[in-house]
Design a protein around this ligand. Sequence first.
Ligand SMILES: [Mg+2]
Length: 262
Amino acid sequence: MPNQLNGVDIVSSLPSKLPRAILFDLDDTIIEFHALAAPAWDAAISGIKDELQGFSPIQVRDAIDRVSVTWWADPERHRLGRLDLARTRRQNVSTALRELGLIDDDLVDRIVKDFEQRRFAGLRLFPGALKTLEYFHEAGVRLGLVTNGDGAGQRAKIERFDLARFFDCIVIEGEFGVGKPDERVFKYALSQLGVDTGDAWMVGDNPSWEITPAQRIGLQGIWVDVHGTGLSAHDGHHPDRIIRQISELLDTLPPKSQVGST
Ligand SMILES: [Mg+2]
């Protein structure tokens, strides 16, 4: 567990008491999300491999990856695209197939639908995620869920894993109108919880969206290094703590029975 940052013991620098509030990101913080995309695309394309007019599934997958990477690299396109993921995916798959000379809207629809079904079916909670949320919830820490993306898609994930019971506030980009890294998201969530920024943690896997902007307004930023890349891949970000999964938050906390007894 990378508990050191630039030679400083991060764990020992943590506040000794629980914060009054914690804001959690959803995708790749509580739920495993991005890692599921590759196998879902492969399976969806393999399912129609006899209709690819001589192209191999790998060629089609490469074309979709190329178009998708270019699309999502632009921050404004990313913002608009994630608010209607189904439309964005259809558009990118259509562009990719057209680049190969495959013009077949029905094929596009079937690939995207199969991908989405497989990806949603494959979603899973990270080990210990429920136990972690339960600990803080029962300890009386006010919890907020702050997640980017469209309302229906994010609500479906929340419902599937029955997560709403842990949270006193849920802020979804598609419902709220703006998303992370806009600091209004963090401020609004904390105002709903009735907690000052200096009494709160933000826990998430995206340093640009969740750590640095939250720290800027006074929260402690706890980075979930879900891919194990370390900070070298994220210049300019200085999380207060680095963990690989949220269950590690429990490692330095008192047993639930002792919370509030001091
Ligand atoms: Mg995330």
